[in-house]
Design a protein around this ligand. Structure first.
Ligand SMILES: Nc1ncnc2c1ncn2[C@@H]1O[C@H](COP(=O)(O)OP(=O)(O)OP(=O)(O)O)[C@@H](O)[C@H]1O
Ligand SMILES: [Mg+2]
Length: 411
């Protein structure tokens, strides 16, 4: 019986806005949570990068990681922490093997999701290595991209198998256009993927533990307008469906935060890009939705740290494959996958925890997102992104959308 401090580490790279808001809100929440006879408070700090002894202890209970996917020292430190120090990290660093689109397409096709038909192509050019020539001379087959396109169906998207940030993504309507895009794709390993033509809705569903939020997405808009501020834009049944899809994907791959892009055509949702396990968390993209995301970061970190929830160290795909093998239709399978996911994310226990201990978060966030501290966080991020003469204009734009969120009752 006593006061126990849980340490939450933020493992960060260039992130600016959400960590500042996270830290401010944590202070304002001033948590003292009763748990199993103790009172738990929290200490948040940013994880530093420095030499470490493999056998030294790790001071954190939970690390929120935004670095692992590209910064290898941190990845290895996190792995050590998980293997040796009972550290809880999201996302699981071993899930990185699945961070490219390709793995996620394969697995979710196998689970029965209506992923558009996709082929993989060897790259146009290679990094020269001593064995490259004998390998390609013997084994690389000339291929006709037009014939691949006929199999996939036109129009199609040529895009890197591990893409991100719309790099080298091209919609092509003919073999000629396909060859041109392929010739320009250089060393990227490309997918040729059937285009979901004539979709009537494009949604990004952000998943954070058991929390999900569907945002209507406008791919044709400039970056700061792609996450639209629309609310109530689709029926609850679609929301429920995309929640199931997103939680299934996240639980399968060991991603506790991720976002899933899906297109709806004739009532069917086609997931097209759902390996975003370090999802955009910037106010400059999310604006109206940013406070929700910051609250999601807080709730899940606090829940995991307070309850000492055990991290699932291995991914364990077998229960999903068992369901996939059944002769059920897709909706029934999806219900069963989602039930595994809800159990893995402890949705009910989490909801109860939030009710019991974080009831004041909404009010604290409502006040905070009107404060100078919050506005400074928005300005600092905006300053890092836009030219100097546009900082004020865009800061005001993003800030006004946050105020719209407050005025709308913090949806
Ligand atoms: N199969 C498809 N059918 C229709 N549109 C597609 C398809 N694949 C990609 N697109 C379009 O191209 C855009 C970029 O593709 P994709 O999301 O796969 O690439 P990305 O580089 O991961 O993008 P981001 O990093 O923004 O998520 C999508 O937002 C969508 O507008
Ligand atoms: Mg995308």
């Amino acid at each position: 019986m006593g006061t126990v401090t849980r340490n939450i580490g933020l493992s960060l790279g260039a992130d600016i806005c959400w960590p500042l808001c996270f830290e401010h809100l944590m202070r304002r929440l001033d948590l003292h949570i009763p748990h199993e006879g103790d009172t738990i408070d929290f200490h948040v700090e940013r994880v530093s990068i420095e030499p470490f002894d493999l056998q030294q202890p790790v001071k954190y209970d939970v690390v929120v990681d935004r670095l692992t996917h590209w910064y290898h020292t941190t990845r290895e430190w996190l792995k050590k922490g998980i293997l040796m120090n009972d550290l809880y990290v999201f996302n699981n660093p071993w899930s990185i093997q699945s961070n490219e689109k390709h793995t996620s397409y394969c697995a979710m096709m196998e689970l029965g999701m209506p992923i558009p038909k996709t082929w993989m192509l060897p790259p146009k050019r290679y990094e020269p290595t001593p064995d490259l020539k004998p390998t390609l001379d013997q084994y690389a087959r000339l291929f006709d991209l037009g014939k691949v396109g006929d199999q996939v169906g036109w129009p199609l998207f040529l895009k890197p198998f591990d893409g991100g940030g719309w790099r080298a993504v091209t919609r092509v309507k003919s073999p000629k256009e396909a060859w041109k895009a392929y010739d320009e794709s250089e060393k990227y390993i490309m997918h040729a993927q059937a285009s979901v033509e004539g979709y009537d809705l494009f949604v990004r569903c952000i998943g954070f533990g058991p929390q999900t939020r569907c945002v209507k997405y406008d791919a044709s808009a400039p970056l700061h307008d792609r996450y639209t501020v629309a609310t109530d834009f689709m029926p609850q049944a679609d929301m429920d469906h995309l929640r199931k899809v997103t939680l299934t994907i996240n639980a399968f791959f060991g991603w506790e935060f991720n976002s899933c892009e899906a297109l709806r055509r004739e009532g069917t949702w086609h997931p097209i890009d759902f390996a975003n396990p370090c999802p955009d968390s910037q106010v400059t993209s999310l604006h109206f939705h940013f406070p929700w995301l910051v609250k999601a970061y807080l709730r899940w970190s606090i829940f995991c740290a307070a309850t000492k929830r055990k991290m699932r160290r291995t991914l364990d795909w077998e229960p999903f494959y068992k369901i996939a093998a059944k002769k059920w239709d897709y909706p029934k399978k999806l219900d069963a996958y989602a039930a595994i996911a809800e159990a893995r994310f402890e949705s009910d226990r989490f909801e109860q925890f939030c009710k019991d201990h974080l009831g004041h978060l909404d009010e604290v966030a409502y006040d905070f997102f009107a404060s100078q501290d919050a506005k400074n966080a928005v300005r600092l991020k905006t300053k890092a992104l836009v030219p100097a003469h546009e900082v004020e204009k865009f800061t005001e734009l993003f800030w006004s959308r946050i105020q719209d969120w407050r005025a709308a009752g913090c949806p």
